[in-house]
Design a protein around this ligand. Sequence first.
Ligand SMILES: *Cc1c(COP(=O)(O)O)cnc(C)c1O
Length: 376
Amino acid sequence: MTDRILEFLRNRRDDGPCLVVDLDVVRDNYLAFAKALPDTRVYYAVKANPDRQVLDLLVGLGSSFDTASVGEIEQVLAAGAGPERVSYGNTIKKERDIARAYELGVRLFAVDCEAEVEKIARVAPGSRVFCRILCSNNGAEWPLSRKFGCEPAMAVKVLELAHRLGLVAYGLSFHVGSQQRNPKSWDNALKAASAVFRDLAERGIGLQMVNLGGGFPAKYLKDVPAVKTYGQAIFRALRKHFGNRIPETIIEPGRGLVGNAGVIEAEVVLISQKSEGEKVRWVYLDIGKFNGLAETMDEMIRYPIRTPFDGDPMEPCVIAGPSCDSVDVLYEKEPYPLPISLEIGSKVLIEGTGAYTTTYSSVGFNGFAPLKSYVI
Ligand SMILES: *Cc1c(COP(=O)(O)O)cnc(C)c1O
């Protein structure tokens, strides 16, 4: 929460829930990453918040960009980044989208299997490819599934094929899981990566780059280690596993760059109980899973919520969204304490919502507008 955001909200016309992003916070975050990992290039994971003003700021600061689709590539190029600052980091791409990215000048692609390498060799000849490997997501509050990446032994084959087909077998990538609260999580993945580097070196293929992925946390209810601590842990792991031949490295922060820069203002629509005897109150907001808070899925991300009555006695509440879909409940398994004095019509501030909110908002499910966004 920043004074600039509070000031903006004081003067805003009341027209439904909205996200306000403070660019000063994004700038501070970017500079903190640059300082914590001085030899590492930052590729902002655009999907976290592709707002034009966020992209403009990051282009100006010298960031590069991790993109997942032709649409995202075009957004980044429109903001003024040259294609040499773009990585097409999705391992699942249509061949015609690869061809389009190549036409736009993109030369860096992610893969995790031989079929994807073959597509790239056909329509993006000579490009650099990095292979994503699976790694443990222990310690992450938003763990990723096995959807992306392959076992390290398979990565050796995938990159060998890339080399044989005239591509540059450039390196490896991994993602330790989003909202990763343990800075030591990079250690195991880097151990596996260094083994692949050695295997391929023995076959005459010299990899150059390790993409350390995202995973850097935003502060929600629990404290998280500072970016500096992550930088130190990662550098230590690089030294340990690569000795004095540390490869080129990149990071792809999404949540860690924009998460804490945003605040959502929402309104209490209804407070009710299910029976006379039941203590738990149901608090219904005008924002839910379908208009911005999708990351409350399985109650994984628990946002800090501020109310005008903070400091008053609290009571555990179930918090739910406004739509007529019964899965649109934010916190129920672990009820959320809110002030007893909270009223229908009260405004609440949901903090740490700069990442994965606007883009996860449906187009108009149930007639509720997509989440509005203001960048200041
Ligand atoms: C989503 C994504 C990221 C960003 O992850 P965060 O945990 O938000 O930092 C980075 N890299 C890739 C390939 C991604 O898909």
